[in-house]
Design a protein around this ligand. Structure first.
Ligand code: HEM
Length: 233
């Protein structure tokens, strides 16, 4: 099949799965920003993420990740084989960004951060639901409130608990910085792969990509920073 057998097909899969993951990041960020509204609003946002419609998207999202990661390694192995010992040509002839040269390494850091993130939040919020166990056990043990005036504040309490650990917050910030580099190249590169590009749009996609990755990453970083500075908490 063309999508699997040809190098262009594999790049198309990388770009579509990457853009799909960016849409998910935007949805996730919108829910996170509800923390600035109120603990209750964030609780409602998390409830929305647990509704059957969004839950049904979880396998699709997981598949998107798996495809993106598997193809990342396949593409890299093939590129290495094709190039032999020769790496990217340096100097002014080929002006390739640092991020472009290090997409796999950046992706591996993003993957590590994801595993860390899942172990802190997903394993505490969604996983127990699937397993029929007690949710938010860490919050219950900590004695932080689960409900205020009948409204769920457990997700917010979990965020307080997680980001009150400075090391965890710093690891999050490093993770999101790696994501910024990955997206600053990945976004426009995806449009180039899909051919939605010409001389004018090359610069436009690059700028739109820079703006979107900066908004996404500053938004995510602002949460641990706000907890560390006492703006949230
Ligand atoms: C939230 C997570 C992620 C998002 C939003 C994302 C997004 C993207 C986008 C939009 C591209 C550009 C595709 C193209 O050039 O056509 C890309 C490329 C790439 N991604 Fe990701 N990615 C994520 C996670 C990962 C992970 C976990 C890995 C690997 C472990 C990875 C490895 C790569 C590699 C190697 C490329 C370059 C492919 C190539 O052109 O040779 N990404 N990513």
């Amino acid at each position: 099949m063309w999508l699997v057998d040809s190098s262009v097909g594999r790049k198309v899969i990388m770009s579509i799965s990457g853009l799909f993951l960016i849409v998910f990041l935007l949805l996730h960020l919108s829910v996170n920003c509800l923390m600035y509204v109120s603990p209750e609003a964030f609780g409602l946002g998390c409830e929305f993420m647990g509704t059957p419609f969004v839950s049904a998207m979880v396998p699709v999202l997981a598949l998107g990740f798996v495809i993106h990661i598997v193809y990342a390694f396949i593409l890299n192995a093939r590129n290495l084989k094709a190039r032999g010992k020769e790496k990217y040509a340096g100097g002014s002839k080929t002006k390739i960004d640092w991020a472009a040269k290090n997409m796999l390494a950046l992706g591996v850091i993003v993957l590590g951060g994801l595993a860390f993130h899942m172990s802190h939040f997903w394993a505490e919020m969604q996983l127990p639901m699937f397993l029929g166990q007690e949710e938010y056990s860490r919050v219950i043990e900590s004695g932080l409130p689960l409900e205020v005036n009948g409204e769920l504040v457990a997700p917010y309490s979990l965020a307080i608990l997680t980001f009150s650990n400075v090391i965890v917050s710093l690891i999050y910030i490093v993770w999101i910085c790696a994501l910024w580099f990955h997206l600053s190249h990945g976004f426009w590169s995806a449009f180039q792969t899909l051919g939605v590009n010409n001389r004018v749009w090359y610069t436009r996609w690059r700028n739109i990509g820079l703006i979107i990755s900066t908004i996404v990453c500053l938004g995510f970083i602002s949460i641990p920073v706000s907890f560390l500075l006492g703006i949230l908490g």
